[in-house]
Design a protein around this ligand. Sequence first.
Ligand code: GLY
Length: 385
Amino acid sequence: MTDVLVRALDQALATVRANVEAFGTAYPDDCTVAGRYPLRPAAGEFAEGANRGWTTSFVPGQLWLGYELTGEDLFRTAGLAHAVNFSDRIFGRKDLDTHDLGFLYTLASVAPWRLLGDQDARAAALEAADRLMDRFLESAGIVQAWGDLSDPAQRGRTIIDSLMNMPLLAWASEQTGDPHYVAAVRRHTEQLAIHMMRADDTTFHTFYWDADTGEPLRGATEQGAADDSCWARGQAWGIYGFALNHQLTGNDDLLTASQRCADRFLRHLPADGVPFWDLIYGDGDDQPRDSSSAAIAACGLQELARIEPEPERAAAYLHAGEQLLLDLIAGYTPAAEGVDSDALLLHSVYDLPTDNGVDEGCLWGDYFYLEALMRYTNPDWRRYW
Ligand code: GLY
């Protein structure tokens, strides 16, 4: 089994190296098209390949994992070039109207600070934490997910993915000694545990609050099959994100939420172990899989196993996470299928309702697949989150 992981890691790192050569400091698009990444298209003030959107940090995230795994200067040099680009993005105020500042700056800036003590990257990450705090709505106790804060369609709305953006704020408190960042994490994650989790242990993708009164309003989907369905990636973000935030806040309800997300996710996997894009589907349904959900869940289950107090349950989470990773290696990689692709992982779904990135590779799927390979080959790895 270890041989399988080591071989998969070698294959993945070969692709990451080739992508450094192919893309340099330009950014691929969110998802592949017919198995290969195009450059991120030009949009408005942004040239082709520029740093915009929520997924660009998954490129340096892969490079920092590669650097830790091999010590190769190729990864370090390319990762540092991206860190400069991310400093330029945050201080130049480029495309910042999003809670995804956490995804972006944890991987692009906190990681090089953790690994190399890079002070410029630290300054960029602290600035990003301040901009993320601009999105905290005091009355509702949540960080607004998308859009300008005055946008009526997005005002007071947050999404389950936001759990992964909270570690940047907790890190900022740790770095500055200023508790207001982690206080926001406590309130935001408590609200998510109360309102995003349903009684049957499924999750809403998004939830609205009245931003003025703080009243919780309603759950809704954006990328799932229906408002009351269970978007697979949201459930995977829940496993991983609640487990992380339990450690950052000490709130035991978040551990419970992570366990509930995990148990529900694992009970609804199809025979080959990789979920359909929404957990309402199962074997026999003619629907695409979302391999990225499995990669995220594999990481989240290993993290959950680290903090689960009952040894038997911890072992079961660890085993289930490793099995997910093995299922991905066996059936969802270019090597398994014998196809030529510059993605590490095939068959993800970005946003099926808008027909965006359906049955393709994606940058976050690649990153979390590599993180999962790191976690299951180096169980004591120190996370960037
Ligand atoms: N965070 C956006 C997504 O998972 O599609």
